[in-house]
Design a protein around this ligand. Sequence first.
Ligand SMILES: NC(=O)c1ccc[n+]([C@@H]2O[C@H](COP(=O)([O-])OP(=O)(O)OC[C@H]3O[C@@H](n4cnc5c(N)ncnc54)[C@H](OP(=O)(O)O)[C@@H]3O)[C@@H](O)[C@H]2O)c1
Length: 332
Amino acid sequence: MSTYKAINLIARPQGGPVGPDLLQVVEKEKPVVGEGQFLIKQTHMSLDPAMFGWMSPDTESYIPPVELGSVMRSSGIGEVIESNHADFAIGDRVTGLLGMQELIVTDGQGLNKVSAPLPAETILSVFALPGLTATQGLYGIGKPKSGETIVVTGAAGSVGSIVGQLAKADGLTVVGVVGSDEKADWIITELGFDGAINYKTDDLAVKLAELTPNGIDVYFENTGGPIQHEVIKRMNTHGRIAVCGMIADYPKAEPDLAPNWIPMIKKRLTLQGFAMPDHFGDIPALQAKLTPYVMEGKIKHRAHVLEGIESAVTGLNLFFTGGNKGKLIVKL
Ligand SMILES: NC(=O)c1ccc[n+]([C@@H]2O[C@H](COP(=O)([O-])OP(=O)(O)OC[C@H]3O[C@@H](n4cnc5c(N)ncnc54)[C@H](OP(=O)(O)O)[C@@H]3O)[C@@H](O)[C@H]2O)c1
C-alpha cells in the first residue's frame, strides 16, 4: 500500500445531512515511520454522535473543534504493521482517537493496547466509549438502587442499550424510549427491558404513566425531544438525571425549549451532564465495574457495520434517521 485514504473536514455543518460537501475523501502518501514511532493500519472505525459536535466551530466545548482541512477526529481500532517503538510490536492491536484514515503514524501517545482476545466489533460496541459512558453515567450520576424505576432514551442505541441492561441486572424496572417498533421489540425481547415507548407513534404521557406506575427514580437522557418534558413530570423525590446526549437537538439551529424546572425544586432532583474525556483516568475502574456484567452474559450488543472508508461520509446520517441498529462501525 503506497497510498491510503483519509477523510478531511472541509466545512462546518449548517443543519441538514452530512455529505461530501463537509467530509472529503482524500488520497495520501504512506507516511514514513520515524524513530520511536509505529504505523497502525486501522481495521474498524467507530462512528459516534459526538463527531457532530467536533465538526462545529464551538470552542467552549470539552474538546477543541476539528480544524478545517485536517483529518476528521474519530476513534477506532487497528493493528501495528511497522514499528520503531520499543513498546509496540508488529501485530499489536491498539485503540484510541485514530481519526478517519486508513493508516496512522504515531508515537503512541493517548493510545491503548488491546490485550483482550475479543472481536473488534465487541470492543468498540461494549468496552470502548459506549460501555464506559453507560457505566459512568449510570453509576456516577444515576446511582441506581434495586426496586427503582429508570427511563432510558435512545434505548436501542449503543450507550442506551447497555445502560438498560446494567440497570435490569441491578434489579430496576427499566423502560426504554426508541424510534421504531423493531427497536422496541429488540430491547424487550432480546435485552429484557420491562417496557418500551415508541416516541414517534405512542401517546408519550399515557404510555409513560402506564409503564412507570411508581414514578421514575433515574432518567438517563441520550436524546432530548418531547419525552423529556413528560419524564421530568413523573420524576420521584430525590430522583437523579444523567444528561449524556441530546441528539434531537444536534441538527437544529436552536435547541428545543427546556422542561419546566419547578419540579427540580419540589422533588429535589439532581441533574448532571457529563462528558467522557473528564473520565479517561477512570477507565480501568469503569472497565472493572462493567466487565463482570459482560462475563455473566448480561450485556448483549449489536453492531451496525458499514464497509469501506467512503461509507462513513453519509453513514453518519444514520444517527439522525435512526437507521443504525446498534453501534455504528466502519470496517476498513
Ligand atoms: N456524554 C458523553 O461523554 C457521551 C459519550 C457517548 C455518547 N454520548 C451521547 O449519547 C447519545 C447516544 O449515543 P450512541 O453512540 O449510543 O448513539 P445511538 O443511540 O446508537 O444512535 C443515536 C440514536 O438516537 C436516536 N435519535 C436520533 N434522533 C432522535 C430524535 N430526534 N429523538 C429521539 N431519538 C433520536 C436514533 O434512534 P431511534 O431509532 O430510537 O430514534 C439513533 O439511532 C448521543 O446523544 C451521544 O451524543 C455522550
